[in-house]
Design a protein. Structure first.
Lengths: 347, 125
């Protein structure tokens, strides 16, 4: 167990590599109840969400979700989040555990000009389980009346799982097909046990924080605190697709429009190691003798069996195929920029 | 429960050394590999490197963390286990067999002060 955002969380159950491979080839069950939930409701809830969230929430139908950013006025990340449209004027935001109080304070303050809308921190009302992997559907379907096969990616539905009231969404943080299951905390253990039991035939295993990190990195998903933070803009993070360029002004929009017109000076890249060694967060990147950037994430990936990572580099050095050096504890090791995602699941 | 070979000597940093004449084979303990989790990379010195007791002789890296390897005894590296380059996971599956380096000891008395198997077992229990 390790302390994580105020929670004690298992890094691994059977081992990071075994859990990672289980998710890629069968399925793994994660307890991600640490994630925070903030709800915004009221007549002007859409306007409120539009103001604080970078993506365009007007595109969401009721029952649909989207990835987005909670941005500063400079267009950098206070946090990243998922926005669920529960009803026409009722939204659920899922945010990172360690930022719940900060996010809530920011949101409550910033939505005031939007009119009739209130924000509520409802984190304590939700436990969240994530069942991820190609066998997720077959393991979960017997426990619910919700038609999972008919649920599209990034849509959700209300129903029951193992006779427990639940919201099921076809989302995740692993690069695999899978579902996230919101349940009342007092029933989380029952649902956890039921899913493992139902998944026994498919050899579904519990998975921890360690595998969650290697899986998301292999799938090139950014981690707030590593790859994005209050110093990196949505454009630098190559997340232009979560910026609602066509919607009315939102926090950070003027700065991002300016940055887009002028061009960014640095940008995130994915890389793989050519020399032996594993680059880690905080290691320096060099182009020749020039310190050119910093590694934001890095690991040895269990499925691709390569040392990979992400870094910010000057934009003129970000073309795929470009080679650069990383200082790994005093030793220079060669790396090459590769297109992201590193891993994409077979269709 | 892991069993720690009786003939080995152990350090508080979780290395073992198996002595034979003036040679010592060095590896890390079962407890250490459990703490590290899946080992993916072992970086070892060149043959000929001179080590002082307690000095770092390399690094071992698992998916989740990097750790230094510390020399349990002083001496010169006379052999390096090249198979760990391609099969670092042997450190997990056979920690007390997966030796990393062989050292020719330069101070014979040092090893005597290390922990024996039962003392080490007490340390990690």
């Amino acid at each position: 167990m390790v302390p994580f955002g105020g929670w004690d969380m298992p890094v691994e159950y059977s081992g990071i590599v075994a859990e990672h491979m289980a998710v890629r080839t069968r399925a793994g069950l994660f307890d991600v109840s640490h994630m925070g939930q903030i709800e915004i409701a009221g007549k002007d809830a859409l306007a409120a969400v539009q103001r604080i969230s970078s993506n365009d929430a007007s595109k969401l139908a009721v029952g649909q979700a989207q990835y987005s950013g909670l941005l500063t006025g400079q267009g950098t990340f206070i946090d990243d989040l998922l926005v669920y449209r529960l009803a026409a004027s009722h939204f659920l935001l899922v945010v990172n555990a360690s930022h719940i109080p900060k996010d809530y304070a920011w949101i409550a303050e910033q939505i005031k000009p939007a009119g009739d809308a209130v924000a509520v921190d409802s984190s304590s009302r939700y436990a969240l389980l994530a069942l991820q992997g190609p066998a997720a559907l077959e393991a979960l379907q017997p426990l619910t009346g919700v038609d999972l096969a008919g649920m599209k990616y990034y849509w959700f539905a209300n129903g029951e799982v193992a006779s427990v009231r639940a919201t099921i969404s076809r989302t995740g943080y692993t690069g695999e097909d899978g579902f996230e299951i919101f349940v009342p905390p007092q029933s989380a253990d029952r649902v956890w046990q039921a899913v493992l039991e139902s998944g026994r035939a498919a050899d579904v295993v519990p998975a921890g924080l360690g595998a969650r990190d290697t899986l998301r990195l292999e799938a090139s998903m950014r981690l707030h605190g590593n790859d994005i933070d209050e110093t990196t803009s949505a454009l630098e993070a190559d997340l232009s697709w979560i910026v609602g360029w066509k919607k009315d002004d939102f926090i950070g929009a003027p700065a991002l429009r300016e940055q887009k017109a002028a061009g960014v000076k640095r940008k995130i890249v994915g890389f793989e190691m050519l020399d032996r060694g594993i680059a880690r967060q905080g290691h320096d990147a060099y182009i020749g003798d020039m310190k050119a950037g910093t590694i934001t994430s890095g690991t040895q990936t269990p499925f691709l069996k390569k040392a990979i990572g992400m870094a910010y580099l000057p934009v003129e050095h970000t073309a795929a195929g470009t080679e650069f050096d990383i200082d790994i504890r005093g030793r220079r090791a060669r790396a090459r920029i590769v297109p992201m995602p590193f891993y994409k699941r077979p269709k | 429960m892991a069993s720690y070979p009786d003939g080995y000597k152990y350090t508080k940093d979780h290395e073992w050394v198996s002595l034979s004449g003036d040679r010592g084979k060095v590896g890390i303990t079962d407890y250490a590999q459990q703490q590290l989790g899946d080992v993916v990379y072992v970086e070892l010195p060149e043959v000929g490197a001179k080590l002082k007791q307690g000095q770092s002789f390399g690094t071992i890296e698992s998916v989740k963390a990097v750790s230094e390897l510390y020399a349990p005894v002083s001496g010169e590296v006379v052999e390096v286990n090249a198979t760990l380059k391609d099969k670092p996971e042997v450190v997990n599956s056979d920690p007390h067999g997966a030796w990393m380096i062989v050292v020719r000891l330069t101070s014979a008395g040092e090893a005597g002060a290390l922990l024996d198997a039962s003392q080490y077992q007490d340390l990690v229990k």
